[in-house]
Design a protein around this ligand. Sequence first.
Ligand code: C2E
Ligand code: MG
Ligand code: MG
Length: 767
Amino acid sequence: MTGHPNQNNDKASRLPAYLLAAALLLAALCGFYTVSLKHALEDEAWRYVGEVAERVSTTINTSVSDTFDNLHAMGDTCVWLGRQEDPEAVIAYLTQASPRYGFLRMGIVELDGMAYTTAGTVTDLSGQPCVQEALRGADAVSGLQYLPEEPDTGSIIFAVPLRLDGKVIGALAAASPLSRLRETLDVESFSGEGFTQVIQPNGNFIFDSSNKNAIQGYNNYFTLLSSSCTLDRGYSVQGLQADIAAGRPGTLCYTTENGVHKVMNYMPLAVSDWYMLCVVPTEAATARTERIIHLAAFVNVAVAVLFLALIVLIIRMNRKSRDRLTALAYTDPVTGGHSRQWFEQEAAARIAAQPAGTYALVSADIRQFKLINDAFGSQDGNRTLRFVYRCIEAGLQPGEFVCRIAADTFNLLLRNAPEAEVAARLAGFAHAVNAHNNGLEQKYYLPLCAGVYVVTDPSLDLITIQDRANVARKQVKRRPDSRLCAYCYYTDQERLRMLREKEIDNRKEGALQNHEFVVYLQPKVSLEDGTVAGAEALVRWCDPVHGMVSPGEFIPAFEKNGFIVKLDRYVFEEVCRLLRRWIDMGKSPVPISVNLSRRHLDDPHFLDAYAAIFQKYGLPPKLIEIELTETLVLENLDALIRVIGEIHKLGFTCSLDDFGSGYSSLNILKDVPADVLKLDRAFFEGDMGDSRTRYIVESVLDLAKRLHMRTVSEGVETVPQVRFLADAKCDMVQGFAFARPMPAAEFEKLAFDGPPLTPHDATSPGK
Ligand code: C2E
Ligand code: MG
Ligand code: MG
């Protein structure tokens, strides 16, 4: 197959765009999902950092409260020893107990702030806020201290009041090395990446951290933040300070100078006003998260790729099945060539794209193809059609196409050329189609009938263009032609004829109701005495628009659409009414014949209506004659014989009309029991000078006589013809030589009141 419809191409070209859009949408969805997941997991990681901080703070709180508990117990021992008035024993006890609790040193503080220490020194601790607080009766702890005795080891002083009988009599102070509390802080978290620090509300470190990720060299956390870090996500040092001042916990994140993102959770400790900071590099906090996100992203991408692959697969499968369907739709199953659908799309596109007169559309069929099907069967019929297709296709030039439209009708789109050239090409096709006969003894021909329409108006739709070629083809078929290829060009007359036919079709019912159909009568003159022996009823259309219209113009159309059945009945009733009137007027009417269309035979009971009409007028049946045409006989002999029998039963006579107009067989005379034989005017074209015609007419008349049939010669126009027929013993003549068809009033005068008729030479308008 060549060429594909543009529509499909368009769709196919849009496909990648659709795919891209789908992929983008999918990517956006995956992106959105990944970001949402990232946020959710980040929140989760932050919550986890908070949990770790909580745990560490609990540890610190417990450790501090344990320390205070220990100091209280030791204080009680000291007070008891003090009551023994043995100060050395007190110091000795503390010196011995202190290392057990990990204190650097301890001291008993008098109410004036002087401390007696396990180092054997007396130190003034009145300036220590924690000692003062203990002397006021509360447990207290100091900030980071560097004791003069241990200048390198930071330490913290815990102080508890010493009470005797509920009264504060002094305080017990203990210096704990920072390293001991640090141990508590350095809880393994986030694989050692996280660390904990403790600050005072002013930001001063109680404990900083020795963790590798902790920034060193700062005493104050706020200073550390503002000078060596950038706070992320809108967090600020002021916000942190405000939270700490209000005792609120919280989280913030920042980036260090070397670009490490960190998340920090802060919360107040239960002891003192310390704040604990739990810091984790974001990467460490979200390491698990990142893994999940990466996994999710990978899964998303994999799903997207699979999805796309699936779409591509489905599209490819769809395209394949569509291509298969298209191939089926564009292939004619009988010929295996282009289908009608393909041809029509292609032809319409080509015609529209070229100037007027570029193409000629040819509608061609095979005369009497039905016979091939009947004789050889439909399989051989199909094989023949395939052969015809191939023969025509082989004779096409580039840019020309052929297809089988239906049955044995083909359409060809040919490049237009002068008529002789087109005719030669058509003849070439016909010769190729019939080449199989060469050398055959028993030849059977496949004659082509072709209608050619030169596309002079490319704006017409293809159906109209095809219709015009069809009209031309049908015109060819209407006339007998023995050539292998009979063709005819479409002309506007033919189109006008069809328009007229359409108009007739539209107006027929109205015309019948308005009595625009009028019955004319043509006398049948007896050759014995010149009297009017009968008449034929011939219908005319007295059209208010077109004037008098002859039956040749409208009868074929009515035969096609079936309206002729109604019209014939109408004519029959008019004839019955006329005969009734004549009888009522006291005249002796002559028999009148009416024509009966072949379409009546479609209804086996059609004669019932005739009988009913006839009975209504109470006429003698011999006044009615029914004319049946010879072609009707050929079509359906059995039905006709039955109908004639029924006509006879009604008492009517029956005539065989137009005998000799076609290729009549004498068998008709043998089989058809008609009463009257009407010789067609084909016998009387010319002046009867041809002896062969004369012999034939004489013989037919003689034969009819022997078969007891009366004879009427139609279309007799000259006096010599009348004389010849009189000599040949023809009974009647119906022809212009005596009278033309005339209105009933005129006929009455001629038939009932006038003298016998004498012939005269007349020339028909057609001659
Ligand atoms: P037909 O039945 O063979 O009628 C005879 C035709 O020959 C009439 O043509 C008549 O005018 C014509 N004719 C008679 N003598 C001559 C002559 O000397 N020279 C020439 N050139 N023609 C002559 P008309 O009236 O035009 O009718 C044509 C055909 O139309 C009729 O042929 C008949 O087949 C059909 N027709 C007419 N009226 C009716 C009708 O009511 N029903 C049916 N079904 N067919 C009708
Ligand atoms: Mg007739
Ligand atoms: Mg006739």
